[in-house]
Design a protein around this ligand. Structure first.
Ligand SMILES: N[C@@H](CCC(=O)N[C@@H](CS)C(=O)NCC(=O)O)C(=O)O
Length: 201
């Protein structure tokens, strides 16, 4: 059985759980308490030298990087509705997942982290304001796209799953998402998918 090293508060790990649950794949969760530094344990670092969750272990195969895991899960259980195989859709899925990893997550996950999980030094306030402002810019890009599209690429796919976690968690970083009507409808559509699980399930 697949093993997913994760933590209930990790948006990056939640991506894999969303995909696996949607596809009805059984997996075992292994909790890594990143708040206690368990990611630095040499046994865990042997799985991911970057010392971060999520890590997916499939028998003798080990993988890390949350959005790359979505490609693996999608391909391994293909054909399935989350993983479009034609060249254009595949390219667009990669486009959104890379946008997620380079623009959405760095800003929205950091805004959430600095707001919710640490006591900030006064000099970090400016940094936080920058993450919130850049995060809003990424939300606007998504919202504009979603005005004419139900999902990021065709039907519900791993592209949506990769971008959704830190978008729906943005209010925890005091980033307003309710001003983006199309984005809010997209969130509702994702939450009504048959295999949807909330982050705390
Ligand atoms: N680029 C990585 C980032 C993973 C990441 O930042 N994971 C966080 C939890 S959401 C973590 O392990 N933090 C512990 C640390 O950075 O020491 C991915 O997408 O998988």
């Amino acid at each position: 059985m697949l093993k997913l090293y994760d933590h209930p508060l990790s948006g990056n790990s939640y991506k894999s759980r969303l995909a696996l649950n949607e596809l009805g794949v059984e997996y075992e969760r292994v909790n890594v308490d990143v708040f206690k530094g368990e990611q630095n344990d040499p046994k865990f670092a042997a799985l991911n030298p970057n010392k971060k969750i999520p890590v997916l272990v499939d028998e003798d195969f080990v993988m890390w990087e949350s959005n790359a895991l979505l490609f693996y899960i999608g391909k391994k259980y293909s054909p399935n509705h989350l993983y479009p195989e034609d060249a254009r859709s595949h390219g667009l899925v990669a486009q959104w997942l890379l946008f997620g990893k380079t623009s959405i997550d760095p800003n929205l996950a950091m805004a959430r982290y600095l707001t919710r999980f640490v006591s900030r030094e006064p000099q970090e306030e400016q940094e936080l304001a920058k993450y919130r402002a850049h995060g809003m810019m990424t939300l606007k890009i998504l919202d504009d796209h979603l005005k004419d599209n139900e999902f990021l690429v065709g039907d519900y796919s791993i592209a949506d799953i990769g971008c959704y976690p830190y978008v729906h968690l943005a209010p925890e970083g005091e980033v307003d998402i309710e001003c983006y009507a199309s984005l809010m409808s997209w969130i509702e559509r994702i939450q009504s998918q048959p295999g949807y699980i909330s982050m705390d399930e």
